[in-house]
Design a protein around this ligand. Structure first.
Ligand code: GDP
Length: 230
């Protein structure tokens, strides 16, 4: 089985098996080292003119409220400070920037689609978030989190379309995979891969993780390190 080809990484390859995409031990180690560094909250922005000046590479995290974003950021960095900052009342509607070892900036985006039946993403996503996504030269990728336990919601699709329009590469990460049976997870993964194929800005590879068990965390770190170093 071939390892991931450069063609796939740029989204040009059409057929690859999941098995071919397993990160190598070297990839995993690179991810481990990156995330062993100190991660600290550096900046919060409620308006575009409050953004930090673009410098090094940035990777943003987005998803519906309750998708498990804070838990995932904590699991990745092995710290609790990130969730505390992002869940602080008044800070949930803003972009939170975290520096990881002076090498990578993690951007925690506000959760969207809070109401269960919410079809639309609110003004902040249509306005400021879209402008951020479209205009941020240092933004390498958006990790778009989908809860593996529930169906994809209209708000998720709305954000995927917004990312397409902003022309920012996004990659789907299924969360809470400890709570689904292997067979259901396989179906979820196939559905997410189909969604990725349908969206021009989507990365073809779908990742999966559990903050509770740690499943997929090392692989996610490896992917983020590869994006950071690219
Ligand atoms: P956020 O609103 O997207 O930041 O979500 P949180 O990280 O606060 O998590 C929302 C809920 O999902 C909480 O009750 C978490 O305990 C739960 N949760 C988060 N990650 C996982 C996971 O990996 N597995 C399970 N079973 N539950 C999780």
């Amino acid at each position: 089985m071939k390892k991931t080809s450069p063609a796939l990484r740029t989204g040009e390859a059409t057929v690859q098996t999941t098995e071919a995409l397993e990160p190598t031990a070297v990839d995993i180690e690179r991810g481990r080292r990156l995330f062993a560094a100190e991660c600290r909250f550096v900046h919060a922005a409620q308006r575009l003119d409050h953004l930090p000046a673009p410098s090094g590479p940035e990777i943003a995290f987005a998803g519906r409220s309750n998708v498990g974003k804070s838990s995932l950021l904590n699991a990745l960095t092995g710290r609790h400070a990130l969730a505390r900052v992002s869940h602080t009342p008044g800070r949930t509607r803003q972009l939170n920037f975290f520096d990881l070892g002076n090498r990578l900036t993690l951007v925690d985006m506000p959760g969207y689609g809070y109401a269960r039946a919410s079809k639309d993403i609110k003004e902040d996503w249509q306005g400021m978030m879209f402008d951020f996504l479209r205009g941020r030269p240092t933004l390498r990728r958006v990790m778009l989190l989908l809860d593996a336990r529930i169906e994809v919601k209209p708000a998720d699709i709305a954000v995927m379309k917004l990312l397409d329009r902003a022309a920012v590469t996004f990659q789907i990460v299924l969360t809470k995979i400890d709570s689904v049976k292997p067979r259901d997870l396989a179906r979820k993964r196939a559905d997410a891969e189909a969604l990725a194929r349908a969206h021009p800005a989507a990365h073809p590879v779908v990742l999966a993780s559990s903050s509770d068990t740690g499943a997929g965390i090392a692989e996610l770190r490896a992917e983020l390190a590869a994006v950071c170093d690219a």
